[in-house]
Design a protein around this ligand. Structure first.
Ligand SMILES: NC(=O)c1ccc[n+]([C@@H]2O[C@H](COP(=O)([O-])OP(=O)(O)OC[C@H]3O[C@@H](n4cnc5c(N)ncnc54)[C@H](OP(=O)(O)O)[C@@H]3O)[C@@H](O)[C@H]2O)c1
Length: 227
């Protein structure tokens, strides 16, 4: 695509970001640097995000989670998973939703259906958001590295990130976003396979210090384990 038309397209694309912590705020910075607009939310209300939005500049707005979801052409959920859904289902319906969640028992408590291996974390998120197209994304890169570890396509040593989804169009969107942020993609779909990048697995332990071949190899080295 021509540079000019890509810029026009991006300037018209809004990402709704739910979660304004480490991951949500760094994705917001990376997205704005690539020409996106963002609407960002936390749990305490938009008035608590004044400083962040001022720092992010005119392409950023703060809102409630429901309004951020409604405003986005697609959405990013950067909020730890709860066993009872706490995301705005209706406003996210029909949209691609990138979920950055890692299940951390020490932080989230035990969720039996995940502990038993009956479902993956992101299959559960997909169940919570039945009319959305969920993709697991950005789960094995430390948030601050999003802004410093990217390289142009084809550059030696370009690193790779994985994506999992049950929807090819969601994989395509994440692949494009990763590329814009400076990363290659390894498709680890569907969501039932997404345990391969969960905490403790080789691909997760290496975080974003692996190229496409290394990440592919590490996904193959994963061994299912119960919590
Ligand atoms: N940190 C990393 O480098 C990293 C990397 C990859 C993946 N992850 C995963 O990504 C997820 C987010 O991590 P994080 O480090 O960004 O967490 P964090 O810094 O604790 O931020 C969590 C954010 O979620 C918001 N939030 C919580 N419940 C919400 C709700 N119901 N509605 C709207 N917003 C809500 C919080 O708002 P309040 O502050 O107002 O409560 C906060 O802004 C976690 O699952 C984490 O494991 C983290």
């Amino acid at each position: 695509m021509e540079r000019k038309s890509l810029e026009v397209e991006l300037s018209m694309t809004t990402i709704g970001i739910i979660g304004a912590g480490e991951v949500g705020s760094q994705i917001a910075r990376a997205a704005i640097s690539q020409g996106y607009s963002i609407v960002i939310a936390n749990s305490r209300g938009p008035e608590t995000l004044k400083n962040l939005v001022a720092e992010l500049g005119p392409s950023a707005h703060a809102a409630t989670a429901a309004d951020a979801a409604a405003a986005g052409d697609f959405a990013i959920v950067a909020v730890p998973l709860r066993v009872v859904n706490n995301m705005p289902v209706e406003e996210l319906a029909g949209k691609i939703v990138l979920d950055t969640n890692n299940y951390m028992v020490w932080r989230d408590g035990h969720i039996p259906i995940l502990d038993s291996g009956e479902k993956t974390v992101h299959e559960l998120r997909q169940e919570h958001l039945p009319a959305s197209k969920v993709a697991k994304a950005f789960t094995h890169i430390q948030a601050p590295r999003l802004l410093i570890a990217g390289r142009p396509a084809g550059a030696p040593g370009r690193l790779a990130l994985s994506v999992s989804s049950n929807f090819p169009e969601a994989v395509e969107l994440v692949t494009r976003l990763y590329d814009q942020f400076g990363f290659d993609t390894v498709d680890n779909s569907p969501l039932s396979e997404s345990w391969r990048t969960s905490p403790g697995q080789p691909a997760w332990n290496r975080w974003a210090h692996q190229n496409r071949e290394e990440l592919t190899r590490n996904l193959g080295r994963a061994r299912r384990r119960r919590w």
